[in-house]
Design a protein around this ligand. Structure first.
Ligand SMILES: O=C(O)c1cc(=O)[nH]c(=O)n1[C@@H]1O[C@H](COP(=O)(O)O)[C@@H](O)[C@H]1O
Length: 225
């Protein structure tokens, strides 16, 4: 994997706009993250098109279903050769074990713990009575014991998870430069703070994609790392 830890989240509805943006900032990122918005709109064809840039592809599908269905979905995306794929760690041990077994050998499977858009109150409303921090640690432990390569968590938890899972692969979204707008993100840190706490991959979307000058924004973030 490229030494630049920034994966640009291409959460854009149009394929040509997504390609143009990725091309513009390609020299200042380490990979591309294609999520639900992109995959639902453009599917395999869209992923093949973005592959042409030669950057690693992170397919953020956040799979969460019964083990058989998730394993079948993992097999169906083999052909796309993603560097990273997400499943929800709350889908349970058997689902994660089967997802990992079904993934290509060059694909890292990571478990989403507690979404960065959730805070204490949001978790309580879903019936989880502990803090996002404790829940992220619990799910990280489960993902580790199920044989996943790593997890997705916020920059607030990654340091603690890193301490208990030394060789884990840690994806951190919810990143905002000091002057950035949070939008729907609730547990945010700066890209540099996440990196210092042990993040392997920094997922960054709107601070680059919605900047007036995306290239300058990507360059400025790169310079802080
Ligand atoms: O799995 C993810 O990548 C993810 C997990 C999470 O907890 N929070 C989160 O924001 N993400 C993704 O990271 C990206 C963040 O985008 P921005 O908030 O625009 O930087 C989006 O594509 C989200 O889907």
């Amino acid at each position: 994997m490229n030494h630049n830890p920034v994966f640009l989240a291409l959460d854009l509805p149009r394929l040509d706009a997504a390609e143009a943006l990725a091309r513009k900032v390609a020299g200042h990122i380490g990979g591309i993250k294609l999520g639900l918005e992109f995959f639902c709109a453009h599917g395999h064809h869209g992923v093949h098109e973005l592959h042409k840039l030669g950057l690693p592809i992170f397919l953020d599908l956040k799979l969460h279903d019964i083990p058989n269905t998730v394993a079948a979905a993992m097999q169906a995306i083999h052909v796309l050769e993603p560097a990273i794929v997400t499943v929800h760690a709350s889908g349970g041990r058997a689902m994660m074990e089967d997802a990992k077994a079904a993934a290509g050998e060059n694909t890292k499977v990571v478990g989403v713990t507690v979404l960065t858009s959730l805070d204490d109150d949001d978790l309580t409303a879903t019936g989880v009575s502990c803090s996002p921090h404790d829940q992220a640690l619990r799910l990280a432990d489960l993902a580790h014991s199920a044989g996943l390569d790593g997890i997705v968590c916020s920059g607030h938890e990654v340091g603690a998870v890193h301490k208990q899972w030394k060789d884990g692969f840690f994806v951190v979204p919810g990143l905002r430069p000091d002057d950035g707008k949070n939008g729907d993100q609730k547990r945010t840190v700066t890209p540099r703070q996440a990196r210092d706490a042990g993040a392997s991959v920094l997922v960054i979307g709107r601070p680059i994609s919605r900047a007036e000058d995306p290239m300058a924004a990507a360059r400025a973030i790169e310079a802080t790392l």
